[in-house]
Design a protein around this ligand. Structure first.
Ligand code: ATP
Ligand code: MG
Ligand code: MG
Ligand code: MG
Length: 561
């Protein structure tokens, strides 16, 4: 590509709202332009980077045998009614009506669309496991779109959805995706930490975020020194969440506990400020088991509880009793943790649980065998104690470290939530209908590009990883009216263009302008053709080199190859 024909509208001044380095560089370099808040045009430079990153993604997804599709952006609200998410999704959803007044929306994510497709297409366990993905624009009316491509209202996502007949198949699909995603990040030159994240509704390590360390990051990744532990801050808000994975979960049981007060009265009674959680405790009152999370002042609340339960003895359950009573594995995330949840989304039997009681929300009933990750979705950890930097991790007992980071991907074992609510069944090998077991996997493609820039920049520009650089070679000719220079530049341009994507700066511009622009293009190798062209000598420079160095044409060939 000849730069005289290229479109790269550089800016001298950075717009005032561009705080993030990646946003500044991409604006200055003419990579992107804002069309409206959080909505960007990808100009040629950015689009080239995007296409290269997408190619890598396509290769890695093909490697795990996942075919690519393209779903519509425009979706009927009915799909989201079926899944029950329509009222829950909130103001981030762009909603619209068509001319017949039918409720519609612009897809913020596509679980429903894929579940619907698979539910209507798959009949038998023999057709599984299967997964499908797309690379597509998503729409979310973010409260605060900012930092350029890092948080847009329209952004590009790779989203993949897996469908399995068994948990084992799901586990394999999850692992495959995790591996493929890690390769994608590596090949695109993004350093990421896979971290434990809020797991939604199933047990075990079923949700992982990929966090790219960067100062501008809105998230905080908590790690230990040796890298054996990492979690996002939400998960680190309760040090108890650091505990190892629980055993295969059992199901929640509703058990009668006659004589106990209603949950409502417990709630009222223990109503203390939400800010000071002491710890979660399973209490044994006389020989009755009561699950209560004590907040605020432990002593006072113990006394109150005792009065309320009208018992002579009130003591904490031992860990053995806890295991026995609740069915939670030793050292696992126990049932009382479930009571941490301020807002709990659960199935109907446990709906309306209060934050410090695991109960059936019915007079004289309690729940046992409760497991946080599996049985309740914890939406807010806001009132939990935050594990402080320096505190010891539960695995190697090393000090915890905080790192600011950007969430560039998120993978989930979803289970059967969508397939059950939307009726996506298959016939198992006994001919019995079962809900398909799902996983979903997302990479923020456009956000990832910005994350690359955050991680690879120089004082004056971008140092693109080779794999996704907009151009792999940048030939810069100093004087356009110098015939020797033109001849050499043209011949190198023609030759290298066979194998590489070359940008040839053939503009009548001052050297200062050309170099400044070249820093923004950030090609892995810049070849400057100047005064010594006649002697067969050119200058080469990589973005991170302090200065250019002279090489002969023979040396250049070796360097480029
Ligand atoms: P965040 O916590 O940053 O709002 P999220 O958890 O809401 O992200 P997911 O629903 O997990 O996002 O979507 C998958 C991926 O899409 C994220 O890991 C992120 O990389 C990307 N993503 C999400 N929201 C945006 C956005 N507004 N702009 C750009 N990329 C985004
Ligand atoms: Mg979000
Ligand atoms: Mg997130
Ligand atoms: Mg996420």
């Amino acid at each position: 590509m000849r730069q005289s024909k290229f479109f790269m509208p550089t800016l001298k001044e950075v717009p005032a709202d561009a705080v993030a380095k990646s946003h500044q560089l991409m604006m200055r370099g003419g990579y992107i332009r804002q069309v409206t808040a959080g909505v960007y045009a990808y100009l040629p430079l950015a689009y080239r980077v995007l296409r290269k990153a997408q190619n890598i993604m396509e290769e890695e997804m093909a490697n795990i045998d996942v075919p690519e599709v393209l779903m519509p952006h425009f979706l009927p609200a009915t799909l989201w009614e079926e899944s029950g998410r329509l009222p829950k999704y909130g103001p981030e959803m762009f909603r619209l009506k068509d001319r017949h007044d039918r409720e519609s929306l612009l897809g913020p994510t596509h679980e429903e669309t894929f579940t619907d497709l698979i539910g209507k297409s798959l009949k038998s366990y023999k057709q599984m496991p299967i997964a499908l993905y797309q690379i597509q624009t998503k729409f979310r009316d973010e409260n605060r779109p900012r930092f350029g491509l890092l948080r847009g209202r329209e952004f590009i996502m790779l989203d993949s959805y897996s469908f399995a007949a068994t948990r084992d198949q799901l586990d394999k699909q999850f692992d495959d995706h995790k591996e493929a995603f890690e390769k994608i990040y590596e090949r695109c030159g993004v350093k990421v930490l896979p971290v434990i994240a809020d797991s939604g509704t199933m047990g075990g390590k079923n949700s992982t975020e990929f966090q790219a360390p960067a100062e501008i990051g809105e998230d905080i990744t908590v790690t230990n020194e040796s890298g054996t532990y990492s979690a996002n801050l939400e998960m680190a808000k309760s040090i108890d969440n650091f505990k190892p994975e629980v055993e295969e979960p059992k199901s929640v049981e509703k058990v009668a506990t006659p004589g106990k007060e209603t949950i409502d009265s417990l709630v009222e009674f223990l109503n203390v400020p939400a800010t000071k959680i002491v710890k979660s405790i399973l209490y044994i009152a006389d020989d009755q088991k009561v699950l209560v999370l004590i907040r605020g002042d432990k002593e006072i609340n113990e006394v109150k509880l005792k009065n309320l339960l009208d018992c002579t003895e009130l003591r904490e359950a031992t860990s053995e009793e806890l295991v026995e009573i609740t069915g939670a594995a030793k050292g696992g995330v126990g049932p009382v943790n479930a009571t941490y949840a301020d807002k709990i989304v659960a199935d109907d039997t446990v709906k309306g649980l209060y934050n410090f009681v695991v109960g059936a929300n019915e007079t004289d009933y309690q729940l046992t065998n409760v497991n946080l990750d599996r049985d309740f979705k914890v939406n807010e950890f806001a009132d939990l104690r935050i594990a402080q930097e320096g505190e010891l991790d539960p695995i190697n007992h090393e000090p915890l470290k905080y790192t600011k980071s950007i969430e560039v991907g998120h993978i989930f074992k979803l289970g059967t939530y969508y397939t059950e609510t939307m009726g996506a069944d298959f016939l198992d090998n006994n001919g019995k209908a079962q809900p398909v077991i799902m996983g979903s996997y997302g990479i923020g493609v456009s956000r990832m590009l910005a994350a690359v820039v955050e991680q690879h920049q120089t004082e004056r520009g971008i140092a693109w990883p080779k794999s996704i650089a907009p151009f792999s070679l940048h030939i810069v000719q100093m004087k356009m009216n110098d015939e020797v220079q033109t001849k050499l530049a043209e011949s190198l341009y023609a030759k290298f263009s066979d194998k590489y994507d070359v940008l040839y700066d053939d503009r009548n511009e001052r050297a200062g302008v050309k170099f400044a622009d070249a820093d923004l293009v950030g090609a892995p190798l810049r070849i400057t053709i100047g005064k010594k062209a006649a002697d067969g000598i050119v200058e080469v420079k990589r973005p991170l080199d302090e200065k250019a160095s002279e090489v002969t044409l023979t040396e250049l060939e070796a360097l480029v190859a």
